[in-house]
Design a protein around this ligand. Structure first.
Ligand SMILES: Nc1ncnc2c1ncn2[C@@H]1O[C@H](COP(=O)(O)OP(=O)(O)O)[C@@H](O)[C@H]1O
Ligand SMILES: [Mg+2]
Length: 443
């Protein structure tokens, strides 16, 4: 693999990096004109010959970052250079594949792929020839005249890839391209892409891929960037110095998986070091979207054999058939409540967590209520407001407005919904979905 990198690097010329982002910040304007910082001073270089993966929570700003690199969106600060030249608009050598396929339903496969070339002023005949070749390359020959609705999800995404590859891109930016596909289809497409890349069947010199699947990232990437949220920053980089093809069951592969899991699941300031007080979080903290109904079950699983209170995270995810989006929020909630710590790729129940694990259902509910009020400031804040108000009632909109000082409208809604779900479960307050009013009714 090392050879491959040097070889590609040599053929691309080493004068300027393929893509360079310096000090990228992005503020989105909010309805109240305050503006919300989504990316903060992100520096990044893509070198010729490498595949780089980005992992991070949803809402961390990964898609925004990719769009800025592609020249689709301008940064608020900083600049992007493609082979040493500033990027201000979409650049010819850079192609992007989206999670949502983004195909035009009224165009055939051929039409959708040819579209990639239209902006480049390529003649009609040449467009046709290259589109057919790209469709062939990506394994869709015979489907040139099909419409998107006639295709499976996997085939639609193949069209997405063909549309990107038809321009012979120097750089491919992939935004979770496999996340909408079923596991087997995703794996097939990953393998196909890896093969096109390693066998030099595409002229692409560098790939940057956002992924929501840790194993996928470790399998494909030469290095992995971990994005943190609020604001989005690159918080860690993990090199993946494994030869290809990679064996997911091998010890070195598992070790890197552990490392990445730890980086992604450790709540800052709660890294489980003894004697270190957990860092406080504010009312505007982006609470994880954890289905609290599954909390008990996860703790039960953790306390039982084979885990006995401590589990290897990749193994736990595998064994319980949980994907990152389901498992991570629960793990974050456990850490927020002080019931588990994460280190070295393992999750371990704390003394409090073990007490909870040993308790019966009723006590568990009481312990959850107490931990919520103690460790989740937003829950405590809502409860305090309701306690103080004469009628013990308050419209949800009141808290939504407060949250919008810290989070986007959409995020604020999600966080409020989350805390309401937890609070109702813990019975620290009630919520009327019709009136959208929080209260202490029937308490
Ligand atoms: N066009 C936009 N206008 C305002 N806010 C946006 C826009 N696009 C994304 N956001 C917000 O920026 C944050 C980061 O979004 P995104 O880049 O899509 O994150 P990710 O891809 O990591 O999930 C989110 O909170 C999202 O709601
Ligand atoms: Mg995204």
């Amino acid at each position: 693999m090392v050879d491959l990198v040097t070889e590609r690097a040599a053929s691309a010329g080493l004068d300027a990096p393929l893509l360079r982002a310096v000090g990228i910040s992005k503020t989105y304007r909010t309805p109240d004109h305050i503006g919300r910082l989504v990316l903060e001073r992100v520096d990044f270089t893509l070198h010729a010959g490498e595949i780089v993966a980005i992992l991070g929570k949803s809402g961390a700003g990964k898609s925004t970052f990719l769009r800025i690199l592609a020249g689709l969106v301008g940064p608020s600060e900083g600049q992007v250079e493609y082979r040493g030249l500033p990027v201000t608009d979409p650049v010819q050598g850079v192609a992007m594949v989206f999670q949502s396929f983004a195909l035009f339903p009224w165009l055939t496969v051929l039409g959708n792929v040819e579209l990639g070339l239209e902006a480049q002023g390529v003649s009609a005949a040449e467009r046709r020839r290259r589109a057919v070749a790209a469709i062939d390359l990506i394994g869709l020959d015979g489907f040139e005249n099909a419409y998107p609705k006639e295709l499976s999800g996997g085939m639609r995404q193949r069209v997405g890839f063909a549309r990107a590859l038809v321009v012979n891109p120097d750089i491919l930016l992939l935004d979770e391209p496999f996340s909408q596909l079923d596991v087997l289809t995703a794996e097939t497409m990953r393998n196909d892409l890896t093969e096109l890349w390693t066998r030099h069947r595409i002229p692409t010199k560098g790939i940057l891929m956002v992924s929501h699947n840790i194993e996928e990232a470790v399998e494909m990437a030469d290095r992995i960037l971990i994005f943190s949220s609020d604001p989005g920053r690159i918080s860690a980089e993990v090199p993946v110095a494994l030869t290809r093809p990679r064996a997911p069951e091998s010890a070195p592969f598992r070790q890197i998986m552990d490392q990445v899991y730890t980086l992604l699941t450790t709540v800052p300031g709660r890294d489980g070091r003894r004697g270190v007080k957990p860092a406080p979080i504010g009312t505007g903290y982006r609470l994880p979207d954890a289905p609290v109904q599954q909390l008990s079950g996860l703790v039960d699983t953790l306390k039982e054999p084979p885990y006995g209170g401590r589990a290897d995270l990749p193994q736990l995810a595998d064994g319980e058939n949980l994907v990152m989006d389901e498992l991570f929020p629960l793990i974050e909630l456990l850490q927020l409540l002080g019931w588990a710590n994460v280190s070295g790729g393992d999750i371990e129940l704390t003394a409090e967590g073990r007490l909870y694990a040993a308790a019966d259902m009723l006590s568990r509910k009481q312990m959850f209520a107490a931990a919520l009020l103690q460790h989740v400031p937003l829950a405590a804040h809502i409860r305090r407001v309701l306690d103080e108000r004469p009628g013990h009632r308050a419209p949800a909109a009141r808290f939504l407005r407060e949250l919008e000082d810290h989070l986007s409208e959409e995020e604020a809604e999600r966080v409020l919904e989350t805390v309401i779900n937890w609070g109702r479960h813990a019975e620290i307050f009630a919520y009327d979905y019709d009136d959208e009013v929080l209260s202490l009714e029937n308490f």
